[in-house]
Design a protein around this ligand. Sequence first.
Ligand SMILES: [Fe+2]
Ligand SMILES: [Fe+2]
Length: 173
Amino acid sequence: MLIIWKDEFCIDHAAIDADHRNIIGRINYIIRAITPGCDLGEISSCLRELYRVTCAHFFRETILQEVSSFPHINEHRKLHERLLSELLDYIQYVEKLASETKGDRHLERELAACKSFLYRWILGHILDQDKKMTEYVEAMRTADDEVLNQDIEDLIPYIVKTAGVNAEMSRVV
Ligand SMILES: [Fe+2]
Ligand SMILES: [Fe+2]
């Protein structure tokens, strides 16, 4: 049950799509890594990396929405906050599993639930909410080059430098 990239996921044929591919690639990596007997500490580290990269992506989207006068920006920001909070809860859940349920016979079912959570977690957001940005893509091209073209991995220190680390993110970075 991996996420296969489809043309219908495309938003801007640029940074937003590259970020989404990066995020989906990380989710697929984690889904593959979750197997009976896997190292849950390693899974939790990957989830934390996913959280950091997703924070960077949401930061980029918000800046692009600001410069393009995207009308749903406030509601979109709240949805991002909710997604981050859900992921953070899941990271804590996996960490609890790692510390408490070694050898538990129900672990396999819990891990299957973790895979389906990741599968659904951001896909609906990309298809339903991010898709609304498609008609603002031209206006987004007026954004600061640093935000528009920066590789997502390099965007994390940029966020820390320019926007500070928000309370949620400071629990992970
Ligand atoms: Fe997005
Ligand atoms: Fe978004």
